[in-house]
Design a protein around this ligand. Structure first.
Ligand SMILES: Nc1ncnc2c1ncn2[C@@H]1O[C@H](COP(=O)(O)OP(=O)(O)O)[C@@H](O)[C@H]1O
Ligand SMILES: [Mg+2]
Length: 277
């Protein structure tokens, strides 16, 4: 008897599908996201897709709603309406820690480490759902807890070394400069190995030498598979690092394209200059 073969129709389908297999996949899919504060709508029906593997940029004048959009995407604020999917999974309405656990991490425009805790302890705070956080496990399985703490410490040290802060690990976080705090935040979120990292103004208040380091680290992480979306006012950084670039003004996305395209767009120039008097 002949060996079983896949039915011809399946072979045909397989063949047919191969050329159209997606080379890129939508990692973040946002549809009609809105948010208002006391009747003032600051994010208006925002929809966009971010492909896996990119370093996207989000630019726009102050007050455009960029940080609020990040807050809604990451569960730090409830959106009023709209949907958010990460890698095909709905994350709309989840708490910030559940969003983080799902693989979407963010850093803050103004980093806020625990100032009296050491640099290392600040980084070790990141992973959620550690066994040691649960009392009963702590009591019943001390060896498992110790092993997990050791793993977390190793990971935290790895990422501190990656961002160049190893020598400061025993120092209190309050001694860190603005740029070092941004690097600390990057290390802290990387411990959880997120799929997508949202950076809110990584260049703000950072000296040029440290800024080069931050840019360099983002490039390396991206090459290793982490996707980024970056809010930034430093247009040199945006132009050299980000593609695609999305422009937001008055709560709406105006245009998406390469940095060169969007920065030369008259709508965008107008949004930055404000309405003529
Ligand atoms: N927690 C809040 N409560 C009330 N209004 C807010 C809050 N956060 C932001 N806003 C307002 O929403 C608008 C957009 O702010 P934001 O998202 O911070 O803009 P961007 O990050 O683009 O500068 C601004 O008018 C700001 O004052
Ligand atoms: Mg902001």
């Amino acid at each position: 008897m002949q060996a079983a073969r896949p039915p011809a129709v399946l072979l045909h389908l397989k063949y047919m599908q191969r050329p159209t297999l997606p080379q890129v996949r939508a990692l973040l899919d946002v549809v009609n996201l809105s948010k208002s504060f006391g009747g003032h709508q600051v994010v208006k029906q925002v929809s966009f897709v971010l492909q896996a593997g990119v370093i996207g940029g989000l630019i726009g004048p102050n007050g455009a709603g960029k940080t609020t959009l990040f807050n809604c995407l990451t569960g730090f604020m409830p959106a009023q309406s709209g949907s958010v999917h990460l890698d095909g999974r709905s994350i709309g309405g989840l708490s910030s820690s559940a969003v983080f656990a799902a693989g979407l991490a963010r850093t803050f425009q103004i980093p806020r480490p625990f100032p009296e805790m050491t640099v290392l302890d600040n980084v070790m705070l990141a992973p959620r759902g550690q066994i040691g956080e649960r009392f009963w496990n702590n009591w019943l399985q001390p060896s498992r807890v110790t092993a997990q703490e050791r793993q977390t410490r190793e990971a935290a040290r790895y990422w501190l070394d990656f961002v160049g802060l190893s020598t400061l690990e025993t120092q209190a976080a309050r001694i860190l400069s603005g740029g070092q705090r941004k690097l600390l935040e990057l290390a802290r979120v990387m411990v959880a190995q997120p799929k997508l990292v949202l950076l809110d103004e990584p260049a703000a208040g950072v000296n040029p030498a440290l800024l080069d380091q931050i840019v360099d680290k983002v490039r390396v992480l991206n090459a290793q598979g982490t996707t980024f979306l970056i809010i930034e006012h430093n247009m040199d950084l945006v132009a050299s690092l980000c593609d695609p670039v999305m422009v937001m003004a008055q709560g709406q996305l105006l245009i998406t394209g390469t940095a060169q395209t969007v920065l030369n767009d008259p709508q965008v120039v107008q949004a930055y200059l404000g309405s003529p008097a």
